[in-house]
Write a protein that binds this ligand. Structure first.
Ligand code: ADP
Ligand code: MG
Length: 332
């Protein structure tokens, strides 16, 4: 948890000394700041050693803010949390006229997840997967207003399958979300958004902690005892086709249990299609911690326009929420 090795690494990268204070507040921090000459850099120890950080404690924020004249936040991934270091400090500084600015990474996140998607070049294709409908339903709902096509994969597809009256075997589903899934389908139809669900799946059985080799299931129903683990090859081809013409692509959530290479083909197929469309001029934006992991695993990370570092923060931002760590800045 200590940031001490980070000071060393940073110093190497920027080829300048970086001093380190063993605490972010109190005597250690104050004297380290006092010892700084103009232009010198000091890294404070991790704020999360103090419980007051996550409580956004006023006194703790004051102590931190006391050290500074200007605040820059480049931690987009923490901007959805109202903590002392993300909200308390810039608020404290602004009460005495100090500025709070977005860093360059934060600025890029806000540009790609915000401006680019507010008014996307069309066709706008949204690819959603991952584990749960409940994690992503607010994003689906908001993007239905903007997207031309929505492609659904991952375990979330089985909740839609269940909503359609089909059986899903032992697949990961949320039976209490079928009404919400159905209303997303209805909304898509009313708005004329093309909403694609998998037409085939890879299925497997999980026994004694290991997965059997997968087979392709082309029927509408998944047999009892089987679990859907990836989109099937026909679905992969349909989705790649839909992605090929896109001018803006947002992808959040892998198409299957990509951590097992036998179930990664669907995610890879989509990754290749997104990379190809990007090469042909599309803007492609990837959000979500596991999606970024999957893209890195595919070796195609440098073939997309932007990969968010946000995880939970990017999801909340895509839902249209104002992030407290962004709202607290005077200059975004
Ligand atoms: P992200 O972090 O990109 O937002 P999620 O956290 O929503 O994505 O989902 C990623 C997880 O979903 C992965 O760990 C993956 O294994 C899992 N997953 C994808 N498809 C399935 C499936 N068919 N069954 C079970 N888990 C799945
Ligand atoms: Mg995740």
């Amino acid at each position: 948890m200590s940031l001490k090795p980070v000071a060393k690494k940073l110093s190497k990268i920027i080829e300048q000394p970086v001093a380190f204070a063993s605490d972010c507040v109190g005597e250690a921090a104050a004297s380290a700041v006092d010892n700084l000459k103009d232009g010198e850099i000091l890294l404070l120890e991790n704020v999360r050693y103090h419980a007051a950080e996550e409580m956004n404690d006023k006194d703790f924020s004051k102590q931190l803010a006391k050290l500074a004249d200007v605040y820059v936040n480049d931690a987009f991934g923490a901007a959805h949390r109202a903590h002392a270091s993300t909200v308390g400090v810039p608020q404290e500084l602004s009460t005495r006229g100090g500025q709070g600015a977005a860093g360059l990474l934060m600025e890029r996140e806000l540009q790609f997840l915000g401006e680019e998607l507010d008014d996307p070049s069309k066709p706008f294709v949204v690819i959603l997967g991952g584990a749960k409908v409940s994690d992503k339903i607010k994003v689906i709902d908001r993007l239905l207003e903007k997207a031309d096509t929505i492609l659904i994969g991952g375990a979330m597809a089985y909740t839609f399958k269940l909503a359609g009256g089909f059986s899903v075997g032992d697949s990961l589903v949320e039976p209490d979300m079928t009404d919400i899934a159905q209303s997303a389908l209805d909304k898509a139809e009313a708005l004329g958004v093309e909403f694609l669900l998998p037409s085939d799946n890879l299925i497997s059985q999980h026994k004694n902690g290991t997965w059997a080799d997968p087979t392709v299931n082309t029927g509408n129903d998944i047999p009892d005892g089987d679990e859907g683990v990836d989109i099937g090859p026909a679905t992969g081809a349909r989705y790649a086709n839909a992605i090929a013409d896109a001018k803006t692509i947002l992808w959040n959530g892998p198409m299957g249990i990509f951590e097992d290479p036998r179930f990664a083909e669907g995610t890879l197929t989509v990754a290749r299609a997104v990379a190809a469309a990007t090469g042909a001029g599309a803007n492609s934006i990837i959000g979500g911690g596991d999606s970024v992991k999957a893209l890195n695993q595919s070796g195609l990370a440098d073939k997309v326009t932007f990969m968010s570092t946000g995880g939970g923060a990017s999801l909340e931002f895509l839902e249209g929420k104002e992030l407290p760590g962004v709202a607290a800045l005077t200059d975004r």
